[in-house]
Write a protein that binds this ligand. Structure first.
Ligand SMILES: Nc1ncnc2c1ncn2[C@@H]1O[C@H](COP(=O)(O)OP(=O)(O)OP(=O)(O)O)[C@@H](O)[C@H]1O
Ligand SMILES: [Mg+2]
Length: 266
């Protein structure tokens, strides 16, 4: 019998220090890798990771948020792509230490966007690697765009797309906070965790939620919830867990009681 598939988005907010350029948080990376290693007997995984401080900061610095404007951007574009590769390698090595056969796939090699939204993909490399028992891994990336030359593809959009197309049993978003709050918990110490959301309540919330306190060019938590709503609307439960805390990812995968938010399909 084929194992149920989980798509997990490892947020750059947890795996890097988003306020300091090119700064991995190795303890959080190791913790995520260990939990996925433990869960592999029960589930197959596609890992999507955020770019964290390897993406959001240089993308802003090199003025890459709105696509191709002039050739002067190309050096910064290439420099950012090269740093994203470095980031991928750091993750791959950490997962290998836990014997997880992570296979890095550049999103820009199999995704083309139109106005920043995924338009065309070739998912065969992902499904083929999955069939072999590997764990395909892609990050938020700069990809070619049919309208704007290139575009920033968020790990959130990619994870949601893959969860739907690959018919995942659940999608788990990991970040540096306990889940979705009624306001940004980094700014409001009295923010309340919204543990159980429906597609309707999450959609309503996303329309008024704010992004991120850290530099984030892809919509922060509000963008993430919008992507999540589309997944839950197709019958796939979506979880939001804190990756800086032990075992939360594992508990969400195994349906154990844990502090998190969940969007329950209608
Ligand atoms: N209502 C909210 N509930 C929870 N977090 C919120 C809320 N509003 C804003 N946030 C912020 O969203 C942040 C997480 O989003 P962010 O995009 O920064 O992380 P990420 O997606 O993990 O990073 P990356 O985009 O690099 O993968 C939290 O650190 C928090 O400050
Ligand atoms: Mg983000």
């Amino acid at each position: 019998m084929r194992k149920a598939l989980i798509v997990v988005k490892l947020g750059g907010s947890a795996l890097t220090d988003k306020t300091a350029i090119y700064t991995p948080r190795r303890a959080a990376i190791g913790r995520a890798a260990k939990q996925i290693a433990d869960l592999r007997r029960r589930f197959s995984f596609v890992v999507v990771h955020g770019a964290g401080s390897y993406g959001h900061i240089p993308v802003k610095r090199w003025h890459l948020t709105s696509g191709f404007k002039h050739a002067g951007q190309l050096r910064g574009l290439a420099a950012t792509k090269s740093k994203l590769l470095e980031w991928e390698l750091i993750l791959d090595e950490a997962f290998l230490k836990h014997h997880v056969p992570l296979i890095p796939l550049l999103a820009s090699d199999y995704v083309v966007t139109k106005n920043g939204r995924i338009h065309t993909t070739d998912l065969r490399p992902i499904t083929n690697w999955l069939r072999l028992g590997c764990v395909p891994s892609s990050g938020g990336d700069i990809v070619t765009d049919l309208r704007n030359g290139f575009a920033i593809l968020s790990g959130d959009q990619l994870a949601a797309y893959l969860a739907i197309k690959l018919k995942a049993s659940r999608l788990i978003f990991g970040t540096d906070v306990d889940g979705v709050f009624d306001s940004n918990p980094k700014l409001n110490p009295r923010a309340r965790l919204l543990s159980d959301l429906t597609v309707t309540s999450a959609a309503r919330f996303a329309s008024r939620a704010r992004g991120s306190t850290a530099p984030d060019v892809t919509g922060g938590m509000a963008g993430k919830i919008r992507e999540a709503v589309a997944v839950a609307a197709r019958g796939i439960p979506v979880y939001f867990v804190n990756l800086t805390k032990n075992e939360r990812l594992k508990a969400a995968a195994l349906d154990r009681q844990v502090l998190c938010s969940k969007i329950i399909p209608a």
